[in-house]
Design a binder for this molecule. Structure first.
Ligand SMILES: Cc1ncc(COP(=O)(O)O)c(C=O)c1O
Length: 425
C-alpha cells in the first residue's frame, strides 16, 4: 500500500468515503496534480464546490487581500466583506430574497432555514421530499432520505418531520405529469391522515434533487407546492446548496422555474472552496427572527465572504459559456444514449447532469457495477467522475464552468469508451 494511504488509515477517522486514492499536491483550474506529476481532470468539483475550477486566481486574490486585513470577527465587530456579499447576493437570488445570514456548511444553512421557518410561523412540522439530501448533522439528517444508511445508528431522529414522495418519472416508469399527480396525491394523504397543514412550518425541497439521483422537479410539482404553501401559511424553503452558483448554468436551479421560495439555503460553490454557506429570506421574514435566536462563531468568516464576492463577479461573466457547455453536453450525451444500452436516461439542468446506468432498458434495474467500472476506467484516463443516487448508478456529470468544449468532449469520449468496454464484458 502506498505510504500515505497507510498513514491516512492510521491517523484519520475512517468515516469518510473517498472517491479516489489520489494524494493531491496542487490543483489549478480543471486539473488536480499528484506528487508523481500525474494529472486528473476534476469533473467532480470537490463534490460540486469548485464551480470556477480549482484555485481561481480572482478568488485566491480576494481571499489573500482579506487575510492581510482581518481574518476573524466572531460577531464581535462588523466588517465590509460580509456586508458587501449580502448586497451582492440580493442581486442574484430569487425575487423577494432580501436579507442574508451566514454559516459554515450546507447542513448549517439548512438548519438555520428550518429554525427560521419554525420560529416565525410558530409551527414545528417540516415536510421533506423522499430522496433528498440536506446534510449530516442531527437536525439535517432528519430531513435527509437519499439513503437510509445515513440514519443507521442515529435513531431516534428529530420528530415532526414528514417525508413525502418526490416525483421520479424515470424510476417510476411514468410521465412527469403522472409522477407529479402521484406525489401530490401522497402529500394529500399525508395532510389527511398524519398531520394537518396548520402544524407545518415549511416544505423543504431541492428544486433539483442532487444526491438522490439528479432529478429536476417537474415544474408543476413546484407550482403546486407554492400554491399549497400560500394557501396554508407554510414557508417554501429551497435548498440550493448543490444546485446553486452556476451549477445549472443559471445562478440557481429555481431560475429554470417560475416559482420562488420564501427561504433559500446556499453553500458548496458559494466561495469556490472556502468554507461558507448562507440562508436568505425577505426582510419581513428575517426581521421577525429576534436577535440571539440563532448565532455562529465562524459563520460568514471575512476571508470566505471576500472569496464569495469574487465568485459572484467572476461567475457573472462565465454563465453564458456555461449555457453553451450545457447545450453541447446534452446534445452529445443524448447521442451517446442511443448507442449505449447501459444508459437509461440523461437528465438535469445546465451543468448538473445525471447519466443513469441500468442493466437493461426495459427493467431499468440500476447498474452500480457499470458506474464503478466507468469511474475506474476514467481515472486511468485522467478523468475524475463520481456517482449519485441511492443505488450508486448515476454518473454525476458536473464539469466546472471554466471547462472548454474540447475538455468536455474529451470527458464524454472517455465515458463513451468506458461504457463500450463495459458492455462487451
Ligand atoms: C442539497 C444539499 N444540501 C445540503 C448539503 C449539506 O452540505 P454540507 O456537506 O456542506 O453540510 C448538501 C451536501 O452535499 C447538499 O447537496
Amino acid at each position: 500500500m502506498t505510504e500515505y494511504l497507510s498513514r491516512s488509515d492510521d491517523a484519520l477517522a475512517p468515516i469518510l468515503a473517498y472517491s479516489t486514492d489520489i494524494l493531491a499536491d496542487r490543483a489549478e483550474g480543471l486539473w488536480i496534480y499528484d506528487q508523481e506529476g500525474n494529472r486528473y481532470a476534476d469533473f467532480a468539483c470537490g463534490t460540486a464546490v469548485t464551480n470556477l475550477g480549482h484555485n481561481h486566481p480572482n478568488v485566491i486574490a480576494a481571499a489573500r487581500a482579506q487575510m492581510d486585513r482581518v481574518v476573524h470577527a466572531g460577531c464581535v465587530f462588523r466588517y465590509e466583506s460580509i456586508i458587501r456579499l449580502a448586497e451582492k447576493l440580493r442581486t442574484i437570488t430569487p425575487p423577494g430574497i432580501e436579507k442574508f445570514g451566514f454559516a459554515n456548511s450546507g447542513a448549517e444553512a439548512v438548519e438555520a432555514a428550518v429554525k427560521l421557518a419554525r420560529h416565525v410561523t410558530g409551527r414545528q412540522g417540516v415536510i421533506t421530499m423522499r430522496g433528498a439530501f440536506h446534510g449530516r448533522t442531527m437536525g439535517s439528517v432528519a430531513y435527509t432520505t437519499s439513503n437510509a444508511r445515513y440514519r443507521d445508528g442515529y435513531h431516534p431522529i428529530l420528530g415532526s418531520v414528514f417525508v413525502t414522495p418526490f416525483p421520479r418519472p424515470y424510476r417510476w416508469g411514468k410521465s412527469a405529469d403522472e409522477s407529479t399527480q402521484l406525489a401530490l396525491d401522497e402529500l394529500g394523504y399525508k395532510f389527511k391522515h398524519e398531520v394537518t397543514p396548520k402544524n407545518i412550518a415549511a416544505f423543504l425541497i431541492e428544486p433539483m434533487q442532487g444526491e438522490g439521483g439528479y432529478y429536476p422537479s417537474p415544474p408543476t410539482f413546484l407550482e403546486a407546492l407554492r400554491e399549497l404553501a400560500d394557501q396554508h401559511g407554510i414557508m417554501l424553503i429551497f435548498d440550493e446548496v448543490q444546485s446553486g452558483f452556476g451549477r445549472t448554468a443559471e445562478w440557481f436551479s429555481s431560475d429554470h422555474y417560475t416559482v420562488d421560495p420564501d427561504i433559500i439555503a446556499m453553500g458548496k460553490a458559494i466561495a469556490n472552496g472556502l468554507p461558507l454557506s448562507s440562508y436568505g429570506a425577505s426582510a419581513d421574514v428575517l426581521d421577525r427572527w429576534p436577535v440571539g435566536a440563532h448565532g455562529t462563531t465562524f459563520g460568514g468568516n471575512p476571508v470566505s465572504c471576500a472569496a464569495a464576492g469574487a465568485v459572484i463577479d467572476t461567475m457573472q461573466t462565465l454563465l453564458p459559456h456555461a449555457r453553451e457547455l450545457s447545450a453541447h453536453a446534452f446534445e452529445r450525451l443524448h447521442k451517446l444514449q442511443v448507442t449505449h444500452d447501459t444508459i437509461g436516461e440523461v437528465r438535469g439542468l445546465g451543468l448538473m447532469i445525471g447519466i443513469e446506468l441500468v442493466k437493461d432498458l426495459t427493467s431499468r434495474e440500476p447498474d452500480a457495477d457499470a458506474m464503478k467500472f466507468v469511474s475506474r476506467y476514467a481515472l486511468e484516463d485522467e478523468l475524475i467522475v463520481i456517482s449519485c443516487g441511492p443505488d450508486g448508478n448515476v454518473i454525476r456529470f458536473i464539469p466546472p464552468l471554466i471547462t472548454t468544449i474540447e475538455e468536455l468532449d474529451r470527458a464524454i469520449d472517455t465515458i463513451d469508451a468506458a461504457l463500450t468496454e463495459y458492455e462487451v464484458h
